[in-house]
Each structure stands twice: as C-alpha cells, then as structure tokens.
Ligand binder design. Structure first.
Ligand SMILES: [Zn+2]
Ligand SMILES: [Zn+2]
Length: 440
C-alpha cells in the first residue's frame, strides 16, 4: 500500500479493490487462460499450480473454493500469484458504474496478484500490482485507446499524481488504496490495453505534477462545461492554488465574465460558448470513439433533463427525509465561479399544508436531490411547466458539464490534444503554476 505523506523514490505497489463488500457479491469465477502461469495459495499454505478455472463462493461466512475437481471448504483467503511475466486472470462478474444508474456487470482481465477473502459477509477481491502497470490500464479505461498520445500522457500523469498525493483514502478501512470505479479512478484491468497506451505510460514513467513541494491532488472530471471550478467550492479543506475558475479556452481568449451572477450563468448555460470541451472543438457524436467503453452516449457540454412533480417530491422525501406534498419553486441562491450551485432554495408545501423552505448546499447535494439519476452537474438553469392552478407539473433542468469540473476537464484535454497542444501545455492549463517533475 501507499505510505501517507511520503513522496516515493521508487515505483510503489498498490492495492486495488475489484469486488467490494458493498457489491454484496457471494461468488466469483476466475479463469487462468495461460496454463501453469499462476500458483494458487489457500490460507497461505496449500499451493496449487494454476488450473484453468477456479470458482469461489461464500458459505457460512467462509470461502469455498473449487479448483478443477478439488474442493477446499472453510477457507479464509485465496491468493493467486503469478509465475510468468505475461500472466493474467479473467474475473467475472465485476461491477462497473457502481454508483450510477447505468451500473452493469462486466468481466475483467487482471494482471499480477489476486487476493480474495470474506469481508462483512461478502467478497472482497483485491488486485495488487505495480503502480505503472495500474496506470497503463487507467489511461485506457478512462478514455478510449484512440486518443492522441498527449491525452494518454496527460491522463496518466494526472492519475499518477492523484494516486500518490493519496489525500482521499476512501477505502483505507478495507486495506486497499483505491477501488476500480469512478468513485476513485476507473480501472478495468488489461481489457483495453493498446501499444499506444503502454507507450504513453512509459513516456511519463514516474512523472507527476507538484506544487509547493507536494504532489498535486490532481482531481479531474469528464466535462467542466466551459469553466473550471475551485477546489474549496466542492470539497472540505483549504483552497488549492492550482485549482481556479479558469475558462477552458485558449489564453488569448481573454474571457472574463462573472458566472456567480445569476443572469451571466443563465446566458452562459444557454449560449453554448466556444471552449476546448464544447462541440465547436469536438463533435459530441465523435466523442464515442475516444471515451471509455462503459460511458453512455450522451451530451456532456450542454444537456437537458426533466422530472415530474411526483418524481421530484418522492426523491426529496427519500433523500432528505422531508414530508413534501408539492414543490412550489426552486431558486438558485448562490453560484460558484463555474456556474455550479453553492446554495439552492426549495420552496414547498408539506403534508400539513404549511409552506416550507429548504436550502441545499454544495454541488454534490444539489445533484443528488434534484433527480434520482444524480444530475451530471449542478451548473443548471431550472424552468418549470404549470397547470391551470399555477402548480408546477414538471421541472426542466438545462445543464452545463459532466462532473465536478475541478482540475482537468477530460473532454477539454482531448480537444486540446486534437488541436496539437503538448502534454506540458495541457497540464499547465488545467493545473496552473504546477511543476511537471520526475520523482522516480
Ligand atoms: Zn473508490
Ligand atoms: Zn472543459
């Protein structure tokens, strides 16, 4: 595992959670395609040179393991250790899109060491591997393999920096550094590896971005919507000087409009400005060939989503534990510099026919409460349709961007790389004043 608050001087090994207890998975199949390429250890002792197919399930809180015709019952841990360099296993099923409405099950090819145990009555499957091998896979799992080299390089440097800054530690209680999904960084093993992505990672080996002698906590999201967001508007903690409200445009554009002002934010969201992440740079129909393979086709830069009065009422009651009968009005109260919401007011009638107000704070909560699907972004303009009694029957959200918008905008970085910008230029655009340094 990674050591907190240390800058490594050689490549570390990391632990990636592939099947987590929250997936509530009770069985898994592991296939070893290359004969005798693995050794299997059960509870650290019984050793078995890799058979083709291994099935593992949970029975009474313990592992049951079938290797060929042999059965091992009542085990604590099963470990797969590679015997040859090119060894990998095929694991299924594995959840992709864990927190999203498009969640699905896929199979993944994983290199190096696999460890399986029972955690909270469910399976925990961990893949342990060298950081650079992991990064190679993240670059193509996050984006399609057709991306220009500069983009693969930038994505790898950003992913490496975020990993080594090691600030979030979302799963430390499970003994893993990261999970395999968008909650941390999307990792689907060697499924989509190409020569191109391998080269992109080798070109940047050990290189990170740093600020004030620390590795940058390099957050990134799919589309900023045209303006980058500041760290402190999204998360707890001190402001990070390398995450600012900067337009995702060439420096010479001199765009200078204050999107915290309501009328400016409305114009911005409706007017479709020209930015690196807008369809002026890349047609959204063409995005499909560059983006990761489990993304839904969709609109990222500007989009529209609707919700009925009933659905919204239900969602608010569920997510906020309220007793809303009817929503009367939704009003933005305070916006951040990218047009994302800092404060939003919901005026409603409760079940006792009293008029009530609820303020929602921060981007994440706004996205969560306004739609059961979790809105792509909180940079939205809200309109409604009313019935004859003046009651809203439907709310319409016109939105900008996909994700939190801080740090690198992946679609914008793609736009820049297609326009011929170099790796360092893209990094310094999204993380101003950061230094690009080789640490190992
Ligand atoms: Zn995670
Ligand atoms: Zn952008």
């Amino acid at each position: 595992m990674l050591q907190p608050n240390t800058i490594p001087t050689k490549e570390p090994n990391i632990r990636v959670g592939i099947i987590l207890p929250e997936d509530k998975q009770k069985n898994v199949s592991i296939n070893i395609p290359i004969k005798s390429s693995y050794k299997i250890e059960i509870d650290g002792k019984k050793s078995n040179i890799g058979q083709q197919e291994v099935n593992i399930n949970i029975k009474e809180n313990r592992l049951n393991c079938e290797i060929g015709t042999k059965k091992y019952e009542n085990c604590d841990q099963v470990k797969f250790k590679k015997l040859i360099e090119e060894a990998y296993v095929v694991v299924k099923p594995v959840v992709a899109g864990r927190v999203f409405h498009w969640k699905k099950q896929i199979e993944v090819k994983l290199p190096d060491t696999i460890e399986i145990k029972v955690q909270d009555k469910n399976l925990l499957l961990v893949n342990e591997l060298p950081l650079e091998d992991y990064l190679m896979c993240v670059a193509t799992s996050e984006m399609g393999a057709k991306c220009p080299t500069a983009l693969i390089e930038v994505q790898t440097v950003v992913a490496r920096s975020w990993m080594l800054a090691n600030v979030e530690k979302k799963h430390i209680d499970l003994g893993i550094d990261v999970c395999n999904d968008d909650c941390c960084q999307r990792y689907q093993g060697i499924n989509n590896l190409t020569m191109h992505s391998i080269q992109g990672t080798k070109n940047t080996r050990g290189k990170v971005i740093m600020y004030d002698k620390k590795i940058c906590d390099a957050r990134y999201s799919k589309s900023c919507g045209g303006m980058m967001e500041r760290f402190e508007n999204l998360w707890e903690g001190e402001p990070l000087p390398y995450m600012q409200n900067i337009p995702d445009m060439p420096k010479q554009s001199n765009f200078n409009v204050d999107l915290t002002k309501e009328e400016n934010a409305t114009d911005w969201i409706f007017l479709n400005p020209k930015t690196f992440c807008s369809p002026h740079t890349i047609d959204e129909k063409e995005l499909k060939q560059y983006l990761g393979n489990v993304d839904e086709e969709g609109k990222y830069f500007r989009w529209k989503e609707e919700i009925s009065q009933e659905e919204l009422t239900k969602n608010l009651n569920e997510k906020l534990n309220l007793n809303v009968k009817n929503v009367l009005k939704i009003t933005p109260r305070k916006r951040a510099g990218s047009g994302r919401m800092l404060e939003l007011e919901i005026e409603y009638v409760d079940v006792d026919d009293k008029i009530m107000k609820k303020i929602i704070y921060k981007d994440y909560n706004v996205r969560l409460v306004l739609h059961p699907k979790f809105l792509f972004s909180s940079a939205i303009v809200i309109k409604d349709e009313k019935d004859n009694n003046g009651l809203s029957t439907k709310f319409i959200y016109y939105g900008a961007g996909w994700g939190h918008g801080a740090g690198m905008c992946q679609i914008g970085a793609l736009g820049m790389s297609l326009k011929g910008y170099k790796t360092e230029e893209i990094l310094s655009h999204y993380y101003p004043d950061s230094e690009y340094v080789k640490i190992y």
